[in-house]
Design a protein around this ligand. Structure first.
Ligand SMILES: O=C(O)CCC(=O)C(=O)O
Length: 329
């Protein structure tokens, strides 16, 4: 089989218009139960068998688990991405003929996990440039603001600023001094057009990678919050690696300034590419030399940053757990 499954329904013109206007839409009941069951099975496997990098990135907070490129080692996620309906929606939103899969990511916050996701734009982290990019975020548990549902600044994908990439543990390697500081949005939420949604498993958030988003920690004592993100690229995207962007530790054939190519970023639409698909018949491990290079890069950036004073503390954001009285609406 070399075509992804057609979705039960296409996005409507109104949904596409709203995505372009706000930079985010919530599509209720988008994923049918079979695909959802595959997503949940894959996420559970990823949660139980985390990669070395995932364990390192999640080490600071008990109950928080984040990991990337899950599909390279978990077959059910590979199949979900290759054959699920998602690429069709991404193609509609991006207005793109070609749809490539960029990468997947798991975000788990168990009950009581005090790990807010700082406000950020995804594109600041990524070694790519282009307009035709989008992300999907799918919860495996019912979510509200209390158990860390995502919040967005609507329309921020049209702002001229490119904000510094601030990860939950403020990883030094990705903080690019040439970018703007992110305003402390929760300190004065009435200044922004914020959007968030109560969601059920099967609902999807679809958003532009420049739309500012973040989430509180999980302050529920009983409700888990497990989510899977899928990222997609289209025709105008080029590879643009720098030492301040997320490294790609898997094999691919893209050259800086050229289109994404090769097995790290497989083409899903209009058809799969046989060689890329065959490269992932077996589990693929990240390349050790690239992993080593990123670890060195991170350590050097951390040293430089600590030598340059209070830059990271200046980026800290207000994320007091929401209460009914003071939560921004
Ligand atoms: O789940 C979260 O808290 C963060 C998700 C996110 O930032 C993303 O998917 O881009």
């Amino acid at each position: 089989m070399s075509y992804p499954h057609a979705p039960a329904r296409a996005l409507t013109d109104e949904e596409i218009r709203r995505y372009r206007e706000d930079g985010v839409i919530m599509v209720p009941r988008a994923v049918d139960p079979n695909w959802l069951a595959m997503a949940e099975a894959g996420l559970e496997e990823a949660r139980i068998r985390m990669s070395l990098l995932g364990r390192f990135m999640s080490r600071k907070v008990e109950g928080y688990k984040m990991d990337i490129f899950l599909w390279k080692r978990i077959d059910v996620l590979r199949d979900l991405i290759y054959y699920g309906p998602f690429a069709h929606w991404a193609g509609q939103l991006m207005g793109s003929q070609e749809v490539r899969f960029f990468y997947d990511q798991m975000f788990v916050k168990e009950p009581g996990t005090d790990a807010p996701t700082p406000w950020h734009q995804d594109l600041s982290f990524w070694p790519i440039r282009g307009e035709q990019v989008c992300s999907f975020w799918m919860p495996m548990d019912p979510v509200t603001r209390e158990n860390s549902g995502l919040l967005y600044v609507k329309g921020s994908h049209k702002w001229p600023q490119r904000f510094k990439a601030v990860s939950p543990d403020y990883v030094a390697a990705l903080i690019d001094d040439e970018m703007d500081d992110i305003p402390d949005i929760n300190a004065d939420p009435s200044k922004y057009d914020l959007g968030d949604w109560d969601m059920q498993p099967g609902d999807i958030l679809m958003f532009h990678p420049l739309t500012l988003h973040g989430s509180f920690g999980n302050s529920s004592r009983t409700r888990r919050r497990r989510a899977l993100a899928l990222r997609w690229t289209g025709d105008d995207v080029v590879y643009a690696p720098t030492s301040k962007r997320m490294p790609i530790n898997y094999r691919h054939d893209s050259v800086p300034g050229g289109p994404l190519r090769g097995a790290a970023f497989p083409r899903i639409l209009p058809t799969h590419i046989e060689a890329e698909r065959l490269a992932r018949v077996r589990v693929e491990q990240p390349q050790p030399c690239k992993m080593f290079q990123s670890a060195v890069n991170n350590a050097v950036s951390a040293l430089k940053l600590s030598a340059s004073g209070d830059k990271v503390s200046r980026l800290k954001q207000t994320w007091t757990p929401p209460s009914k009285a003071d939560a921004p609406k």
